[in-house]
Design a protein around this ligand. Sequence first.
Ligand code: ADP
Length: 228
Amino acid sequence: MIRMLGVSKVYSKGCIALSDVSVEIQKGDFVFVVGPSGAGKSTFIKMLFREVIPSSGQLFVNGHDVGEMAMAEVPYLRRRLGIVFQDYRLLPNKTVYDNIAFAMEVIEASRRESQKRVNHVLDLVGLRNKAYTYPTQLSGGEQQRVAIARAIVNKPQMVIADEPTGNLDPDTSWEIMKIFETINKGGTTIVMATHDKPVVDAMKKRVIAIEKGCIVRDQAKGAYGYES
Ligand code: ADP
């Protein structure tokens, strides 16, 4: 599913964000990526959907060679991934329903199929009753639930999340994590960068800890391991 072999990322001005990282993530895994600010977590996460391109080494995601792939191939990589950001990134002038349905237009789903899937994912995140409201009318937690519904509507093989609870209070963060857990139980791989120590400690999933661009710990049923 994900295979990194000796991957490094050097930004312009010579900043080494990742240094010779090798790791494998299997289908169905739930992985937290943790570490101090500036450690390289975002760089790691962004490489998985080719927002950042490795400077050297090999990275395979769902069989795509991310370092070598042509620009024209990138949409095919991203279509099989669901991506969730800290700041939700919903379209403000579209309803909740349309924000999610829009993601299905890209894959040219039929109207009927789209309706079925959108209603299904709205039920999964508990927002069927908000389908025709707009993002500005929702709380942060509700907006993140919409973003998650949008990320999974096309049945991706993997969901990638960068600090998805970074703007949320602890209770709301838990609700969001429970949704990710449900998605994972359905067989979808989850890779998530987070600073949410209580959540990481309680959920006992695989933890990959990054410091100064290197993996310093890779632990099944791990803990956060830092003071946050
Ligand atoms: P984290 O997500 O753990 O905070 P990042 O992956 O964002 O870490 O950053 C790792 C290092 O790379 C930091 O030193 C950061 O300043 C640097 N960096 C990140 N993005 C860029 C960029 N676009 N250009 C130059 N340096 C960058």
